[in-house]
Each structure stands twice: as structure tokens, then as C-alpha cells.
Design a protein around this ligand. Sequence first.
Ligand SMILES: [Zn+2]
Length: 99
Amino acid sequence: MADAICDICGKAVPVHESFIVRIDVFADPNLPPISGEGSANLDTSESMAELLEQMKSMSADDLQDGVHRRFEHRLCAKCQRAFMANPLGLPRQRKSGMN
Ligand SMILES: [Zn+2]
């Protein structure tokens, strides 16, 4: 019987005792509200310019983040429990200068 390797601790575990963690990361498909009802009578030139400014400031990195990414990992039972307790691995980052 083939063993699976835990992607976190590296331990070999029987396949039937392993867990698969699948993470999909993708942009919400909802479109931003361009013009809402009720605001038709308002002068929208200002908010329009604001929107264009936001789009201009979108970098290549932002666009790259919009690509669908899928991560798949195999975990042993112990690491699966740890993962379930904190799926996002928080705190992801510490703010510098907190002291
Ligand atoms: Zn493990």
C-alpha cells in the first residue's frame, strides 16, 4: 500500500488516513456597481473620475491576483486538525514597529 507524504510535517501516512486540502483563490465574479439606481440624477462625473483613477492605479500584480489559483496539499491527520483550527495560518504577518 502506497503512503502519502504530509505536506506540512513530511511524515509518510497511509493514503486512506491522509487528508486533501484544496484551496481555490479567485476574484469575486461580481462586477463593481458602476451606476446605482437613484443616483441617476446626481452628477456622476466625480465618481466616474474616481473609478478611472482606481483602474489606473491597478498594477500588474493586481491583475495577476485576479487569476484563478488552485492549491492542493495532502496532510496527515495531526496536521489536518491543526489546519482546521487555523486555515488561514493567522497571523499571516506581523506589523513592524508594534513595540
Ligand atoms: Zn503532517
